[in-house]
Ligand binder design. Structure first.
Ligand code: SF4
Ligand code: SF4
Length: 482
């Protein structure tokens, strides 16, 4: 009798949460052809299957090659009581420090985007007080010592009445690099505001919402015609030489065919340091989201970059070792009006499988460290330039000119997981954290799913259940021991 095989490879087990009840559930990672799925089973709500990669080789590269020892924060902020993800954070079971800490300074916004994880809008009027914001900044400093990157966010942070006092408070702390996450409306309309921002250089960067070059897409994603606003904001930023990253939320069928155009657009501006691509995740307000239609994985976005950018190939976009499941990155150098993709010279082929006289970085700890240092999310444009300069000296194929931050152009893919595709193994490696006034630093996805506003009530219900179950087990153990 011949035995039957399952029609897929059972690659690993992990844990996730049930999309319906948000309770922790078992999960399997299975590979079927090129596709990788997260298979979950909830005793109350049954089976779920979610695509997490459409390129099994790339997925395995993330899991098996781009792995580094976790970097710890200076301290932890919560105890392990209920298990992940109900103990955020950071609890001692977290496996990555804060590369990037988000400080939300207001709930208020001058847009009401159909896609907004913070569910912000003009009707929400609450601003954090300066004292609260300072407590959040202090929490980041206490955890990190000298935090790499702090991002002021919201709502729309530029609308905070104490915005410049907050910038001053951040600058007064040992924060290496400050980002402002903005929709760009004030930057477009108020050149004086941009001039004042420029006085905080160096070490300040604008993280500019930039989903599309077309108003019909911007209407769909942001509820407003913003194409001209974006151009005015970019012109003002260019005039003052303020480092800018264009941030594109990518929704399949809406703007995923525009990734290359946005990258090419960014390359035209000296002030644009790169493009960050965020596949849409189902958190907060997400009007009209249909998982089967709109979801994109990191490997799908990576392929679109290679197909559309006219600059990067697949070899140029590699996993970020801090959290390779959710982050991928590629570099180009802007030299003499030309952009030269760089990562292919550092990619797995050269780094891992090349002949001994090129670079076999697994066997060269210094090189491995240099690559991992460069390919982490905690870089400012200035430190990227320095790090690239140092690394290029080791690469015989590339001459290493004096690099300034104008020469660096980075494409970063950031997947924020939601309840459907949450892999707790990857969540534990999250390095993007929300600062809280009470001193906690909560991983991005966990905050949006379990700790933001009214979601806390559900989390408390789950925590109480877990505590009750643990108390029952302790009683049984005590009886058996007697
Ligand atoms: S996500 Fe991290 S901080 Fe939160 S409970 Fe899990 S391990 Fe702890
Ligand atoms: S996504 Fe940004 S710009 Fe849009 S409503 Fe939310 S906070 Fe405002």
């Amino acid at each position: 009798m011949s035995r039957k095989n399952r029609p897929w490879l059972f690659y690993d087990t992990t844990a996730s949460v049930c999309t319906t009840c948000l309770r922790q559930v078992e999960a399997k990672i299975v590979i079927k052809g090129d596709e990788v799925f997260l298979d979950k089973w909830c005793p109350a709500h049954g089976i779920e299957r979610v695509l997490i990669a459409d390129d099994a080789d790339y997925y395995r590269l993330c899991r098996e090659v781009y792995v580094k020892a976790p970097e710890m924060p200076e301290r932890f902020n919560t105890a392990m009581q209920h298990g992940c993800p109900y103990d955020c954070g950071l609890c001692p079971d977290h496996m990555q420090h804060s590369c990037l800490s988000v400080v939300e300074i207001t709930e208020h916004c001058n847009l009401r985007c159909p896609v907004c994880y913070a569910e912000s809008g003009p009707e929400r009027q609450q601003h954090r007080s300066l004292a609260e914001v300072e407590a959040m900044l202090d929490a980041v400093v206490a955890n990190e010592g000298e935090p790499d990157v702090v991002q002021l966010s919201g709502g729309e942070p530029t609308l905070h009445p104490d915005f410049f006092a907050i910038l001053g408070a951040a600058k007064a702390r040992p924060i290496r690099h400050l980002m402002v996450n903005t929709n760009g409306l004030r930057l477009a309309r108020e050149p004086d505001f941009v001039a004042r921002l420029a006085s905080y250089k160096p070490g300040i960067e604008i993280y500019l919402q930039f989903d599309s070059l077309r108003d019909e897409v911007l209407q769909y994603m942001r509820g407003a015609d913003l194409a001209a606003i974006h151009e005015r904001a970019l012109a003002n930023l260019e005039a003052h030489g303020i480092s800018t990253t264009l941030v594109m939320t990518v929704k399949r069928g809406i703007n995923d065919e525009e990734i290359g155009a946005v990258i090419q657009h960014g390359l035209k501006y000296r002030c644009v340091r790169g493009v960050t691509l965020q596949p849409v995740s189902d958190a907060g307000r997400n009007v009209g989201f249909e998982p089967a239609r709109h979801r994109l994985t990191v490997s799908e976005v990576r392929r679109r970059v290679a197909e559309q950018s006219g600059l990067f190939t697949l070899d140029d976009i590699v996993p970020v070792p801090c959290n390779p499941d959710t982050l991928a990155m590629g570099y180009a150098l802007k030299l003499g009006g030309e952009a030269l993709p760089l990562t292919r010279h550092l990619g797995p082929e050269a780094l891992l499988a090349g002949p001994r006289n090129t670079i076999v970085f697994e066997r060269d700890p210094a090189m491995k460290d240099a690559v991992f240092k460069l390919f982490s999310t905690n870089h400012s444009p200035e430190s990227q330039a320095n790090c690239l300069s140092a690394l290029l000296c080791c690469l015989p194929a590339i001459s290493a000119p004096e690099l300034a931050y104008e020469n660096v152009f980075r494409v970063l893919i950031v997947q924020f997981m939601d309840a459907a595709n949450l892999d707790l193994r990857a969540l534990k490696k999250s390095c993007i954290h929300f600062a809280q006034p009470d001193g906690r630093l909560i991983p991005f996805e966990a905050f949006n799913l379990f700790y933001r506003g009214e979601r806390m009530a559900k989390t408390q219900e789950i925590q109480a259940e877990i505590a009750e179950g643990a108390a029952r087990r302790r009683k049984v153990i005590a009886v058996v021991a007697e």
